[in-house]
Design a binder for this molecule. Structure first.
Ligand code: HEM
Length: 401
């Protein structure tokens, strides 16, 4: 049987995936499509089904469980991290770092997040124009997570390139896979050096704490330590860049909502949740791997099959969100799935929320008359796999000294 290919890396779909996601959602709860590198993928699109599947223990986070998946993809060293692990490994790995990301600990970072935000906006605000992804949405979270982990500032550009190579690939061609594998090896080498440096020269940072936990023995082996570092580093910024980038664009496209937020900044926390629902970073969604044969939305999934839980479709499901394609920054509905659900619920959600709230409040206050400085059809997007975000966001505003 031939199955249709996943459309998510098509440039037109990447620019606006919502019509395709809506068509899939409306035409049936689960679709079997031909995924990246030709592996069939079951796509789940409706809110209630995605929510249920996120806490389904027969759906694993471990890519090693995928029968047909290319070894190069299954062997990803993320599979030694909590996001690629099932209980009991998942429980042990998550517990090792969960204290660093509690709402209380994260609140303590607020002054530093504010200071980094202010410094970045000080640079652009007198100028009257900026490229907001490169000059704001990216450096803010990369600096925050870099400082938290203890990654030298001078190294950040290097690992950013490898991350782009690893994540910013629709895997349409085998050459892409070679790029991914090469970047992964370089990243692995770099993280090993970084860990050794922390061993030689301990500091007051999260990576030093993790190295200590692994040196104590049983709790974290060397490969798990590297995978954990990679996960925290990457999860700590790639997603947040898109929250700020996509979110700003969504506000620019809905000037009434932008004005409303400017007039009442107390709405910013709600606006951040609504922007996560409306055009969140995880798009189309999260992969899972069936541990046994099971039924999902009427479809018969076989052990080892890949299942894509389309968070972005669920977050626009009219059965859950009335008028889902309209942005409402005053919405008091916190039910979006942008941070997932269940045991893998985003560990960094309090930090992402803090960064988003500080960033949007500062943008509105410091960049008056914010406007898009390019034609809509010139906007370029990254993604096609798990995450989707703007490559650049050129804007103009009234300069302030
Ligand atoms: C997990 C989204 C920011 C760290 C997740 C998951 C989602 C998500 C959907 C669940 C993955 C799954 O179920 O397979 C987001 C979004 C963010 C964001 C939309 C920004 C707007 C952050 C930040 C950190 C972080 C700032 C900081 C380190 C993690 C970690 C996990 C995770 C460690 C794995 C948790 C586990 O497997 O138990 N994130 N994330 N995330 N996120 Fe985030």
């Amino acid at each position: 049987m031939t199955v249709p290919a996943t459309p998510f890396s098509d440039p037109a779909v990447l620019a606006d995936p919502y019509p395709v996601l809506a068509a899939l959602r409306e035409s049936g709860p689960v679709h079997r499509l031909d995924g990246r590198l030709g592996v069939p993928v079951w796509v789940v699109t409706r809110y209630a089904d995605v929510l249920a599947a996120l806490s389904e223990p027969r759906l694993s986070n471990d890519p090693q469980q995928a029968v047909d998946l290319e070894e190069a993809l299954r062997g990803d060293f993320l599979s030694r991290s909590m996001i690629g692990a099932d209980p009991p490994e998942h429980t042990r790995l998550r517990r090792l770092v969960s204290k660093a990301f509690t709402a209380r600990r994260v609140e303590g970072l607020r002054p530093r997040v504010q200071a980094i935000t202010d410094t970045l906006l000080d640079r652009v605000s007198p100028r009257g124009h900026a490229e907001l992804v490169g000059e704001f949405a990216l450096p803010l979270p990369i600096t925050v997570i870099g400082e938290l982990l203890g990654v030298p500032e001078a190294d950040r550009d290097r690992f950013r390139t490898w991350t782009d190579d690893m994540l910013d690939r629709p895997f349409d061609a085998r050459t892409d896979l070679a790029v991914v594998v090469a970047a992964r090896e370089r990243m692995h080498g770099y993280l090993s050096e970084l860990v050794d440096a922390k061993r030689r020269d301990p500091a007051d940072d999260l990576l030093t704490d993790l190295v200590a936990a692994s040196d104590e023995g049983e709790r974290l082996d060397e490969q798990e330590l590297l995978a954990m570092t990679f996960l925290l580093l990457v999860a700590g910024y790639v997603t947040t860049v898109s929250l700020i980038g996509n979110g700003t664009l969504a506000l620019l496209r809905a000037p009434d909502q932008l004005d409303r937020l400017r007039a009442d900044p107390s709405l910013v926390p709600r606006a951040v949740e609504e922007l996560l629902r409306f055009d969140g970073p995880v798009n189309p969604g999260l992969s899972r791997f069936a541990l046994e044969d099971l039924e999902l939305g009427g479809a018969r999934i076989r052990r080892g099959d890949v299942v894509l839980l389309a968070i972005a479709a669920a977050n626009r499901d009219p059965d859950r969100f009335p008028d889902p394609d309209r942005l409402d920054v005053g919405s008091a509905d916190p039910g979006h799935l942008a941070f997932g659900h269940g045991i893998h619920y985003c560990l960094g959600a309090p930090l992402a929320r803090l960064e988003g709230q500080v960033a949007f409040a500062a943008l509105l206050e410091r960049l008056p008359d914010l406007a898009l400085a390019t034609a809509e059809d010139q906007l370029r997007w990254t993604g096609g796999g798990v995450l989707r975000g703007l490559r650049e966001l050129p804007v103009t505003f009234t300069p302030t000294p």
